[in-house]
Design a protein around this ligand. Structure first.
Ligand code: BYC
Ligand code: FE
Ligand code: FE
Length: 491
């Protein structure tokens, strides 16, 4: 692949990534022989995993992919055709901030750590392993989607997301192998051995063992669940362990694209549904039968899918009130969203934070020690971020004069982790007994006929510039390519 980018070196923030090495990197891998050897031993295992668990049936296809060649603010990247197993997965850290100090917790103001502090070794390893585990999990979950892609444009975006999640795995494996010695190497291997949805060796977090059976799920996943990725990475980007902060800061530049895929994907499905409804003169969004006859996705189904993915993703924040989170914060390992922009002592000595709680059928807000509410706060930040996207989706619907609003369900709806795990709560926040809740389940969550409808709707569209009937074309091509550009050359 041609890697010269004209003018690239003129960017002051540009930090060259060496692509002459077997493993592209900007961490001076050549001067760390032990690490280089460990990574070169892991690489074939990764490729083995990619070939068996990565995109099924497309390993030989030539895909128009973006590869980062610099980590500066300009976001230098090249676009070219690549066979996915030949993608240059690299180790890329954001530039070092000279003189950076630990921004929060009991070590606040001390210089950041370049090595793992002994007392926090186990905690840090746990955080890195959990983060690392989600990356290959998502690739596994999305493995069969290529067969039903709504266009080559979307197929290419799926694969771009997949290779980047693969790179995120590399990012965590680099930390494990460089800083955690032998157990780090063992954890790196274990990351390739667990499997999404496997009964005996599942992935670590709930949402990453679910299926992603259709493209609406994929778009919802990249909107809602990749956004958890963003929030968690933002918290880790504050870390006093500087290598973790730098690696997650670079990962965040890639995460933005994943969420774009989700927001625009759902938005394009909504757009198409509304267009078709208007053309057919259907005003009532609940006239599901009529809408489905036209081969598009009815808005109530989009709402039910969103409900499912939001609830599942909220669980990824852990318990709202959590001693783990307090420990991570106190230790300076995992901060809050936009920590350095928050105006307080960054130690949460006497601070409180309002958390929604539940007792005897009633919800109430309680001020709890802020230190124990770090997860609750991050979840609140997440909900606000989600709402921005929902508002933009609702604007599309409004433009078509259709009366329908996509809403976030009540925070206690369908939860399996935290404050509300054992409750049966409706999307509106009504608390029910189990039989009543179950009797209404199909109003709130996708039912089997919904899933069957989506399954039947999803047919591979592989002609250039053609899109499945249920989704609108994007406003712009990738890298400003024309509509008829061949994003994936299938063999
Ligand atoms: N499923 O105090 P608690 C992404 C466990 S997504 C299963 O409640 P804590 C991506 C928890 O591990 C971002 N188990 O919560 C997106 C703990 O177990 P241990 C991934 C769960 O620890 C799309 C116990 O329950 N990154 O990048 O404060 C595509 C009690 O924990 C779950 C991270 O998550 C669950 N949902 O918070 C690709 C960042 N929730 O340790 C990629 C790193 C909790 O007692 N991870 N548990 O055995 C963390 O910061 C924390 O581990 C969590 C949990 C936020 C996940
Ligand atoms: Fe990721
Ligand atoms: Fe992602």
């Amino acid at each position: 692949m041609k890697m010269d980018v004209e003018g690239a070196t003129s960017d002051e923030n540009m930090i060259e990534v060496s692509y002459n090495d077997l493993i592209p990197n900007n961490v001076g891998l050549n001067s760390d022989r032990a690490l280089k050897r460990a990574l070169e031993r892991w690489q074939p295992k990764f490729l083995d995993w990619w070939r068996t668990m990565g995109p099924d049936g497309f390993q030989e296809a030539e895909v128009y992919l973006r590869t980062a060649v610099g980590v500066g603010k300009g976001g230098w990247a090249v676009f070219d055709y690549v066979k996915m197993p030949e993608y240059r997965w690299g180790i890329l850290l954001a530039p070092k901030e000279e003189g950076r100090t630990i921004p929060f917790g009991k070590h606040k103001g001390e210089p950041v750590w370049e090595e793992v502090p002994g007392e926090y070794r186990a905690l840090l390893r746990r955080l890195i392993v959990v983060q690392g585990d989600t990356e290959p999990a998502s690739v596994e979950q999305q493995r069969y989607l290529g067969k039903t892609c709504p266009s080559l444009y979307d197929l290419r975006n799926l694969f771009q997301v997949n290779v980047e999640e693969g790179r995120h795995l590399w990012a965590m494996v680099h930390l494990l192998q460089k800083y955690f010695g032998r157990d780090g190497r063992e954890e790196a291997d274990a990351l390739l051995e667990r499997r999404s949805g496997d009964r005996d060796k599942p992935r670590l977090l709930g949402a990453f063992n679910e299926e992603t059976p259709d493209w609406l799920s994929f778009f919802m996943f990249t909107f809602f669940t990749d956004r958890d990725g963003k929030m968690q990475l933002e918290s880790l980007a504050q870390s006093g362990f500087d290598p973790l902060a730098r690696t997650t800061r670079f990962m965040l530049t890639e995460e933005a694209f994943h969420m774009f895929v989700g927001e625009s994907g759902v938005g394009r499905a909504i757009q198409r549904t509304c267009e078709v409804m208007n053309e057919a003169g259907i005003k009532n969004p609940y006239d599901v039968e009529a809408v489905r006859k036209l081969g598009v996705i009815d808005l109530p189904l989009i709402q039910r899918k969103a409900n499912f993915h939001i609830a599942l993703t909220r669980d990824l924040f852990g318990s709202e009130i959590s001693t783990n989170a307090a420990t991570y914060f106190n230790a300076g390992l995992k901060g809050r969203y936009k920590e350095t922009r928050i105006d307080d002592d960054h130690q949460l000595k006497d601070a409180t934070y309002p958390v929604l709680r539940h007792f005897n059928g009633e919800f109430f807000t309680e001020k709890v020690p802020a230190l124990s509410a770090v997860n609750a706060r991050l979840l609140d930040d997440y909900s606000r971020e989600c709402q921005g996207g929902l508002d933009r989706w609702n604007k599309i619907i409004k433009n078509f004069d259709i009366e329908f609003t996509i809403k976030q369900p009540h925070v206690a709806f369908n939860r399996n982790v935290g404050e509300f795990a054992n409750l049966h709560v409706s999307t509106e926040g009504g608390v029910f007994d189990e039989p009543t809740w179950t009797a209404h389940r199909e109003e709130w969550l996708p039912k089997s006929e919904d899933l069957k409808y989506l399954h039947d709707l999803m047919k591979q569209e592989k002609k250039c510039d053609c899109f499945a009937n249920w989704i609108s074309p994007p406003r712009h091509g990738v890298n400003n390519m024309e509509g008829d550009f061949e994003y994936v050359k299938l063999r």
